[in-house]
Design a protein around this ligand. Structure first.
Ligand code: SF4
Length: 90
């Protein structure tokens, strides 16, 4: 159950905006590595060449790179979630 965050999205605990996370569907990943090029601090490839999400929590610092990685994935294997709900990129 999510506490009422209020009309402006600011929670009573000061948490503010929804927590963005990034997840990968390794069944779709074909190992092109575009995500690693865009955000090497967030993604890596395993020994078989498929994506591993090393840092699923999106921060102000890495958000731009994560969004670039999600949008560049040729297999649509990456997805952003806001408090666990899918986010569609513009
Ligand atoms: S860009 Fe997509 S297909 Fe390529 S390694 Fe990353 S998740 Fe896999």
């Amino acid at each position: 159950m999510t506490p009422d965050a209020g009309a402006d999205g600011a929670g009573a605990d000061g948490a503010g905006a929804p927590q963005l996370t990034v997840v990968a569907d390794t069944g779709l990943c074909d190992g092109y590595g575009e995500c690693v090029k865009a955000a090497p601090d967030v993604f890596s490839l395993d020994d078989d060449g498929f994506v591993v999400v090393d840092r699923p929590d999106v921060t102000d610092e890495n958000e731009g790179r994560v969004i670039a990685a999600v949008s560049r994935c040729p297999k649509s294997a990456l997805r952003l979630l806001a408090d666990g709900a899918p986010v569609d990129l513009p």
